[in-house]
Design a protein around this ligand. Sequence first.
Ligand code: ASP
Length: 360
Amino acid sequence: MKFRLPIPFHKKCLQGILIILEMLAVLFLESPSAQSQTVSANHPFAIAVHGGAGSLKKLNLTPAQEQAYKDTLTLALQAGYAILKNGGTSVDAVVAAIRVLEDCTLFNAGRGSVLTHEGTIEMDAAIMNGHSLKAGAIAGVKTIKNPITAARLVMDSSKFVFLSGSGAEAFCRDRGIVIADTSYFYTSFRRAQLQRALTGDTVLVDHSDTTGMVEPADGNTAEYKFGTVGCVAVDRYGNLAAGTSTGGIVNKNNGRIGDSPLIGCGTYANNKTCAVSCTGRGEDFIRNVVAYDISALMQYRIINLHDAANYVIKTKLTAGGGRGGCIAMDKNGHIEMPFNTEGMFRGSINTSGVLHVAIF
Ligand code: ASP
């Protein structure tokens, strides 16, 4: 006698199998190791970083100071590149490179963050994965040692994209992120810088141009530079990522949030187009949606990275009075670093493994 399953059981069984197959497909496509099977693990990999743009000539850096900036940019590039070389993801590389810059007081991010009008620290950061289009951002955090790691935590371990203030701090603390005492951040240089801004009643971008800004009466232009840090990378699996971290601008209103943590403004990544991290007067980058604009030009107008990035920074942003620059990379590891200021701290290791670091 033949045993026949009842029809409804057949259907349920089939549905169950389909659901399991779907789950396996999702897992397969999402995991980096699976990506290595679906996309060649020998994709050309590359990395680029920036440490801010601005009227850098006015800084009159001594050769030793210039070397210190270049050495730190090199260390950041090497930290990220080692991860890419060993088969790590672009997201891991971006976090590693930015952490080096956040730990260095030369740059306006993490430990070297500038001070708000009330003399406090309020840091912003964002990261985006060009493969999944997942993103994480935090704003206005005061005690997190490495804000880029916090942004990544939001991306990886929450249902949200953007957390701010005390909620962001609590989210990170609960998940064991490293918290630093306020004394870790407050350098004497930043205190003196705020004092000058308060005296002149100005809002200063860390390495800013004098355009739209009032130069301090004492002629000390050390703060006329944007010091935000950022990184873009493509890994062996062909996946792009971008990240940006900043203390914002000197003497900013408490609660002011710049472009850096805003996805599409200061930070954006999409495997179909490019990865972008910006630096400059945040308000201009927000109004011009700069990072997404570069990506959109590539996607909708089918123009290459060079034309898209240079048009948005050197023509569109400049025409509207915006000051700053960006680093951008396409999925083939092609790198563009346009800026409309006197200089931009920047560096890259290209797909041939060649390291390049420059300021002007
Ligand atoms: N874009 C940053 C901000 O406006 C400043 C910078 O690039 O240094 O917060």
